[in-house]
Write a protein that binds this ligand. Structure first.
Ligand code: NOJ
Ligand code: CA
Length: 537
């Protein structure tokens, strides 16, 4: 079994993990200082969000130089030390690969924008306007239009994200060559793979047709899963990954159970994909900013569908683009409910068939931030959203509080000292005020903490092949409170029973077998967010 199926991943958002030099910003040396914490937790691999040189319009997802470390974070020497220290502890490292777009401050874009006949012109999408307006009506993820006008050459350039994140034109052979060379140099430095940012969008319909809608239309039908995507991914695999012991997990925006096989099926272009059906389930009419209540039936259907659809899933409920999982899918009404529901969610997810990805702070049961004021926001997406909804601010705020990405980007809470032990000065983004109770040091001492439960669940997962190789079967699909499933492998079987509701729940049947793990006193009635794992191991 390849290592990336056996290990539990941990996602680090470097800006908010640990500040080692007292400037209020997390950094690489801070990560080095906390590697023993990760080891203790049972982590076998880390996905490190971008640490490359960047003007930071989108917190590092706008890269100015792919082979320089952002000065806020340290130097290439620090990076090499980090990698060595991780490998010393048998922790693998995968880096973010952001090649759908670069920063507009990248050397390529500066050249490209300089003149129409610059050799780099074609590295990006430049087009003439239509009657003084954008070349097409595409909306961007972050701004109304996906095009910006550049006075110098009188043409428009495409950006699916912020204005300062121009999309790279993968049709261009020289661009692809440069990207592959860059990837190979990183792999030569010894890293173990990549998480590929919005990789399913790198190929665009060459005609760039208008989408349906006015004035702007969000048009993934023309920029996601285009036929050339597969050509590029296969080429990249051949030029960079074949023959190396590394892995790639793609952020597979717009993937569905019908087309997932084209990425991770037999012709394997990627090893793993992140799919977002669970992340998209609580936005009204697909609008993430208009949250609707948790729907357990849909949750179960989505998980069941994906467990059947592909051989190996990624298992996650949160990341740096999503709110905190306990606030979103659990219950933060009381301290008891917060801890129990945080444990329940981990039990529900991480014993499924696939590779777990834990997002930093989740293992402490960290919660959404109680945003009150615009000055507390840092995320370009939330700020743009607020600016676009000045006529309905209260509604916009409701969305930002529930779904804004800054919720997950507040500093790691290491202890109960000022700033949660993250830094000695006021950090770049406020610390969640709950750090006095929710923090690693105190939780480490408390046997019943979320942190110690995470350690137990990772140990349990690693204790038997049934969690890795076992089959999956959803139990009680119609039950309105329980999410339960069975895993079986060579005579071993395990039943995971989670009450994902705020009411007590009578168990539908008596289950034999030892209790392998539980977040409550086992009884006939499972308390709100109670979870029990039975098995014959
Ligand atoms: C997905 C990343 O996870 C997100 O943080 C970023 O804003 C966009 N891609 C653009 O790179
Ligand atoms: Ca720092």
């Amino acid at each position: 079994m390849p290592w990336w199926k056996e290990r539990v991943f941990y996602q680090i958002y470097p800006r908010s993990f640990m500040d080692s030099n007292g400037d209020g910003i997390g950094d690489l040396r801070g990560i080095i200082d906390r590697l023993d914490y990760l080891k203790e937790l049972g982590i076998g691999a880390v996905w490190l969000c971008p640490v490359y040189d960047s003007p930071n319009v989108d917190n590092g997802y706008d890269i100015r130089d792919y082979e320089k470390i952002m000065s806020d974070f340290g130097s290439m020497d620090d990076f090499e030390e980090l990698l060595r220290e991780m490998h010393k502890r048998d922790i693998k490292l995968i880096m973010d690969l952001v090649v759908n777009h670069s920063s507009d401050e990248h050397r390529w874009f500066k050249e490209s924008a300089a003149s129409k006949d610059n050799p780099y012109r074609d590295f990006y999408f430049w087009r003439d306007g239509k009657e003084g307006k954008e070349p097409n009506n595409w909306a961007s993820f972050f701004t109304p239009s996906a095009w910006s006008f550049d006075e110098r050459t009188g043409q428009w350039y495409l950006h699916l994200f912020a204005e300062k994140q121009p999309d790279l034109n993968w049709e261009n052979v020289s661009l692809r060559r440069e990207i592959y060379e860059m990837i190979n140099r990183w792999l030569d430095r010894g890293i173990d793979g990549f998480r590929m940012d919005v990789i399913t969008c790198i190929a665009k319909d060459p005609a760039l047709p208008d989408g349906k809608g006015t004035p702007y239309a969000f048009s993934p039908e023309y920029f996601a899963f285009q036929p050339k995507l597969h050509e590029y991914l296969r080429e990249m695999r051949k030029k960079c990954f074949d023959g190396r012991d590394c892995m790639c997990v793609g952020e597979a925006s717009f993937v569905n159970t019908g087309n997932a096989d084209s990425l991770v099926g037999d012709g394997r272009e990627l090893d793993l994909i992140f799919q977002f059906d669970l992340m998209d389930m609580d936005g009204r009419n697909g609008n993430k900013w208009d949250p609707i209540p948790f729907d357990l039936m849909r949750f179960k259907q989505i998980i069941d569908r994906w467990q059947q659809a592909i051989d190996w899933n990624t298992l996650f409920l949160g990341n740096h683009d999503q709110p905190r999982i306990v606030s979103r899918f659990g219950n933060t009404g009381t301290e008891e409910l917060r801890t129990r529901s945080a444990k329940c969610l981990a039990t529900a997810m991480y014993l499924l068939r696939g590779t777990p990805f834990i997002y930093q702070g989740e293992e402490l049961g960290m919660t959404n931030f109680p945003f009150e004021d615009e000055s507390q926001l840092r995320d370009v997406e939330s700020i743009n959203w607020l600016n676009r909804n000045r006529d309905n601010e209260e509604w916009a705020w409701r969305g930002i509080r529930a779904k804004g990405r800054d919720n997950a980007r507040t500093p790691m809470q290491w202890d109960s000292t000022e700033y949660g032990g993250f830094s000695t000065v006021k950090p770049w983004i406020d610390v969640n005020p709950d750090y006095m109770t929710v923090n690693a040091e105190d939780e480490d001492k408390d046997e019943d903490s979320v942190l110690n439960y995470y350690k137990r669940i990772i140990k349990l997962r690693n204790s038997s092949d049934v969690f890795k190789s076992g089959t999956f079967k959803l139990l009680y699909p119609e039950h309105e409170q329980l999410f339960a499933y069975e895993r079986c492998f060579e005579g071993e079987n395990v039943r995971v029973v989670c009450n994902l509701s705020g009411q007590g729940c009578k168990l539908p049947e008596k289950t034999d077998g030892k209790i392998l793990l539980s977040n409550c006193e086992p009884a006939e009635i499972l308390p709100p967010y109670g979870a029990v794992v039975y098995g014959n191991l």
